[in-house]
Ligand binder design. Structure first.
Ligand SMILES: [Zn+2]
Length: 487
């Protein structure tokens, strides 16, 4: 049992409102004094966690809870309590190839072609420690549920690759819903990756099914889920895409891929298949409420309407999109149309960090760059919308309905941020929004996943951070050496 005592502020629901409902009421409000803060923030209260659920929330105005015997009591009087953040797109293995000099300024296709020559050397150590590193960073910035998109299966890789990732997730205590990625189309078939990291279609199908059977849990509070994720239209054959969709539907798991990330991809699809990316994927069965795409930058109006009609989701990855100069996703329009939207930090070779709270800030600011701010209503995104897609939005994409809200009966996945720090001074008229508008340190103090404390006073409970750092650096060096890139 855990009691979060005297929470300074509880963001009970960040729910996405229709655009018309978001206009801030400027001036004084009789309840708050500063107007724009929604009443769903509970200013002062205790939270009781029993098992993996929030069982009671008591506003401070009604007095404090008597902690049950044996409960861990956390003084949250300096903290904003957020629903756990959810990362809807990543490539953990890329943490070992961050900030590689030769591709710091490259766009997607050039960046991929260069990095594949390094990535083809990944081995068991690289997968385990890169996964531990990415998940550690995510947890430390308030993320409680993450996916991963691992699509490289080098010949000679002996261990059960998803098993290594699930082992790291169990140690750290994060809720983990990875995809089983794949590539079937190498350079010799007109794709981008080298031959040594792709698999043939029959093997992909068999291994996808085996991974689902071995690891996928379908319960609403599952700590492990598996989705299927052929990498992209330029690295996967159409047959493999179709087979993934059929298998996913037969098994009741979700589908994911990269789509509409760059203009190059659009040109490739039109030239190669005679169809725009979304039309190609629609033909492969990739439309529906069980599908989410990474990026979704270059959709036209009709395509956005089709996503909304079919409830096909998009994981927005603002830092990566800026880093690679790919463009700006039309997130404002997606939300207004009802397209399900989540947030992803994307792989660490194109971000190059797994800072989940920082990503929410990027999402808010980037829409404002694109759309400006209309008088009286947000042209871009509000801070709460950014936090909402970073929590509840992502949870829906990954198939979790009981996450993303702080209410009695909800799953206890929570992140606590100390707002009584220097960088939040002067911003406490709205402590929830302050987390997005302010700060240079996005670290949470406490993170709770499935009712268990996994980050305690800024330290990981289940893993040794120094060991992860050292092992990840070692694996990174080994990878660069294999590619002949170290002196
Ligand atoms: Zn990606």
């Amino acid at each position: 049992m855990i009691v979060l005592k005297d929470c300074r502020c509880i963001a009970t629901s960040l729910g996405l409102s229709p655009r018309t409902g978001l206009s801030p009421t400027m001036g004084l409000s009789p309840t708050m004094g500063l107007g724009s803060r929604p009443r769903s923030d509970l200013m002062g209260g205790d939270i009781l966690i029993e098992g993996n659920r929030i069982t009671r929330i008591k506003p401070s105005s009604e007095g404090h809870m008597e902690p049950p015997n044996g409960a861990r009591v956390i003084d949250a009087s300096r903290h904003v309590v957020l629903p756990g953040l959810v990362n809807a797109h990543h490539h953990f293995y890329q943490t070992l190839t961050r900030a590689i000099p030769a591709v710091q300024d490259a766009k997607l296709f050039d960046w991929l072609v260069y990095l594949y020559e390094i990535w083809k050397g990944i081995d068991e150590e690289a997968v385990y420690w890169s996964s531990a590193l990415a998940m550690a960073e995510l947890l430390k910035t308030g993320c409680t549920l993450s996916t991963d998109h691992h699509y490289l299966y080098p010949k000679g890789f002996k261990d059960d690759l998803p098993g290594l990732q699930f082992a790291a997730a169990s140690e750290l205590g994060i809720r983990f819903a990875p995809t089983r990625g794949s590539m079937s189309r190498s350079k010799k078939d007109g794709g981008l990756p080298p031959d040594s990291v792709v698999q043939d279609e029959d093997r992909i199908l068999a291994e996808c099914e085996a991974t689902i059977d071995r690891y996928h849990e379908s319960a609403p509070d599952a700590m492990r889920k598996v989705s299927l994720a052929p990498c992209s239209p330029f690295s996967v054959s159409e047959r493999s895409m179709r087979e993934a969709a059929e298998l996913a539907r037969r098994k009741g798991v979700r589908l994911h891929t990269h789509l509409a990330e760059t203009a190059d991809e659009e040109e490739f699809c039109v030239r190669d298949s005679g169809r725009r990316p979304l039309a190609l994927m629609a033909d492969c069965g990739f439309l529906g409420s069980d599908v989410w795409y990474a990026h979704g930058i270059h959709f036209d109006d009709a395509e956005l309407a089709e996503l909304a009609r079919t409830k096909t989701g998009v994981a927005h990855c603002p830092s990566s999109n800026m880093r690679l100069g790919s463009g700006i996703a039309r997130v404002r329009e997606m939300l207004d149309l009802g397209v399900p939207v989540g947030l992803g930090v994307d792989g660490s070779a194109s971000n190059d960090g797994s800072d989940m709270l920082g990503e929410a800030r990027q999402a808010m600011l980037l829409q404002r760059v694109r759309l400006g701010l209309a008088k009286g209503e947000p042209g871009g995104l509000t801070a709460r919308e950014a936090l909402s897609i970073a929590s509840e939005g992502g949870a829906r994409l990954l198939g979790y309905d009981a996450l993303g809200r702080i209410e009695e009966g909800a799953l206890a996945d929570l992140a606590l941020f100390d707002v009584e720090r220097l960088e939040f001074a002067g911003a406490l008229a709205d402590p929830v929004a302050a987390l997005v508008f302010c700060g240079y340190d996005h670290g949470a103090d406490y993170v709770i996943v499935d009712g268990k404390l996994v980050l305690d006073s800024r330290r990981l409970v289940g893993a040794d951070e120094e060991l992860i750092r050292a092992k990840a650096n070692q694996a990174s060096r080994a990878l660069l050496e294999k590619a002949g890139l170290t002196r």
